[in-house]
Design a protein around this ligand. Structure first.
Ligand SMILES: [Zn+2]
Length: 300
């Protein structure tokens, strides 16, 4: 018999509720009109209670049946995940992860939240299709350090999450190179900026091979708003993003550089677009030629 069966979790829930009430098995059996041996078997998960028996036990324990079942489902999930009863926060996180593999509907029944299992997804949901193993590996390799602001779990009490560098709806993948561990504050700041931008525009922009176009269109989409350096670096996807951003000025663009304090308390340089021009054909080529010409002009 599997320890993860619902009957096993139900038995545990019945036993907990009975002990809370201070009832003996005999007392509970008497109240429910069942045989004590039968109640013992249900508590051990050795027997599968019928719905009628479950209702009688719930009545005898003064618990609404939906609540007793809800407790059992949560308990089974905890058992499955090897979590202690106090690890509800972890359980909630795990349950969110389960949604990428299973269709689970959340329902309010009176004061209770129930989770209805609707079945397995044909393939993992795209939004969070990162396996637990991969997630754990990425978090483990971070050694507690946020890759965006550099703060650590130990010194700053941050919580790390696995984030897509380029968001999924901009065409970012679940590949390792697009995933990194960052703290919740950095993640929230990044989300706040990125989610304010036009998704379909950014999806097109991110597919552009010219790094100048990627940076430039990010600044255009954020027009009048300061874009912090870490976000530009992500969109550029290269270490030379600072030089690439400066080069946009060759095209007649005006970009103000200032500083911006992040939610994490860190300060970043921030770029605000004030003026831009139409892209020439092959913008990166145009900029390269402009630089070469300028170098020639400056030669004695
Ligand atoms: Zn951070």
């Amino acid at each position: 018999m599997s320890a993860f069966r619902l009957s096993h979790a139900f038995g545990g829930a019945v036993r907990d509720a009975r002990l809370k009430k201070g009832f003996s098995q005999e007392r509970l059996a008497e109240r429910a009109g069942l045989h004590p041996t039968y109640v013992g078997m249900i508590e051990r998960g050795a027997r599968n209670a019928t719905l009628d028996v479950a209702a009688r036990l719930a009545d005898a324990l003064d618990i609404p049946l939906p609540k007793l079942i809800s407790i059992s489902l949560k308990r089974r999930l905890r058992e499955k995940l090897g979590l202690g009863p106090t690890e509800q926060a972890q359980l909630d996180r795990r349950r969110r992860e389960l949604r990428s593999w299973y269709r689970i509907e959340k329902k309010r029944v009176g004061a209770e939240t129930l989770y209805v299992f609707l079945g397995e997804r044909p393939k993992p949901a795209e939004s969070t299709g990162i396996s637990l193993r991969k997630r754990a590996a990425i978090l483990g390799a971070a050694h507690g350090r946020c890759q965006m602001c550099g703060r650590t779990v130990e010194a700053h009490g941050i919580t790390l999450v696995v984030d897509h560098k380029i968001p999924r709806d901009w065409g970012g993948t679940n590949e390792d190179e697009n995933l990194w561990p960052i703290c919740e504050e950095c993640n929230a700041g990044k989300k706040a900026h990125f989610s304010s931008l036009d998704r379909s525009l950014m999806r097109r922009v991110m597919g552009h091979k010219s790094v100048h176009v990627r940076i430039g269109e990010l600044l255009k989409a954020s027009r009048g708003k300061a874009v912090t350096s870490d976000l530009i670096a992500l969109v550029a996807g290269q270490d030379d993003w600072k030089k690439r951003t400066r080069e946009l000025r060759y095209l007649g663009w005006r970009i103000d550089v200032g500083r911006k304090k992040l939610a994490s308390g860190r300060v970043r340089s921030a770029y605000t677009l004030r003026r831009f021009t139409d892209w020439p054909p092959d913008p990166s080529g145009w900029i390269r030629r402009y630089e070469l010409d300028r170098a020639k002009r400056n030669q004695p």
